[in-house]
Design a protein around this ligand. Sequence first.
Ligand code: EPU
Length: 337
Amino acid sequence: MQVQELVDLKPFNTMAVAAKARYFTTIKTETDVREALAWAKAHDVKTFVLGGGANLLMTTEVVDRLVMRMAISGLEVVGETEVATYVKVGAGEDWHTTVDRLISMGYGGLENLALIPGTVGASVVQNIGAYGAEVAQRVKEIEVYNPATQEIEAMRAEECDFAYRHSIFKDDGYADLVVVSVTFELPKVWTPNLSYKELTHQVEGLEAVTPRDVFNAVVAVRSRKLPDPKDLGSAGSFFKNPVVDHDQFLALLEKFPSIVHYDVGGGYQKLAAGWMIDQAGLKGYRIGDAGTYEKQALVLVNHGQASGQELWQFAQMVQAKVLEKFGVALEPEPVIL
Ligand code: EPU
């Protein structure tokens, strides 16, 4: 394990923010994790595990931490039953490439989550979701390095407290667990999840829909709606879709009859944050190089030279406008560092 100083992180975050890591190391093995954490402890430095940097906004010029870039690789079939195949994947593997490879190997189940930027490790921390699916539905087990015991420990999916864009790995007391691998449970009898209208349209006319067809459909829909981080810096949706109770929802519905909402049970409604930002007149809005995407107001973009601080100020302006118009507080989805 090698530690470098003042490493430029611009290539390592999809928002393309220019920031430097005070200390930086690349993690390729479980031993690297152990050594990096020991180094950080000895030097009294906090750590930060960096995946694909696709869900991150750095607001300072120097991140005063040991940034551990997760690069543990590997993909292997580790077991099967009559109904499922189990595939273990290293935390540093690229998410989209993994979904693509699995489909080529004959394993469907993750296709609705195609083209999401980031790594396999981050996919579970964030519980990524799109087009009617969440990664948690396909997770069997997660291996983590636990600094308290200095051991690799296996956690079953049920222990991970998965919820909308949430896992136990975001909670205080668990955030220092380092995910090193994820084992997916992929169904032997596959059925397409076409609950999202746009996907149904995309596969219309096909005789027998395959995982590859759904994968291609998702790629097509996402490419139409969301910016490619290679062309335009972004971290995907910048805010979570907020959940409100029945009373607040009825009051909102009365004032805004066309408000976009989804029933999430228990009397709660999830609101489309993108719709609210759009209604607040902020779709495609821009201050300097910080802005919202012209085709999806929920996506904050860096038109080139916006600093992390400028993007964060822009995000706070969006929060204030939505709060003023709808009385709803938006919570950022990415990690703000
Ligand atoms: N809408 C507008 N104007 C906008 C944006 C959206 O009116 O500028 C409306 C749309 O017309 C639609 C509704 O708001 O009726 C919801 O929009 P969309 O279907 O694009 O989905 P979303 O709720 O904005 C969520 C996820 C995305 C995921 C899509 C598809 C969150 C925070 N975001 O977006 O995830 O791809 O659904 O399932 O839950 C991500 O997390 O980074 C991400 C891209």
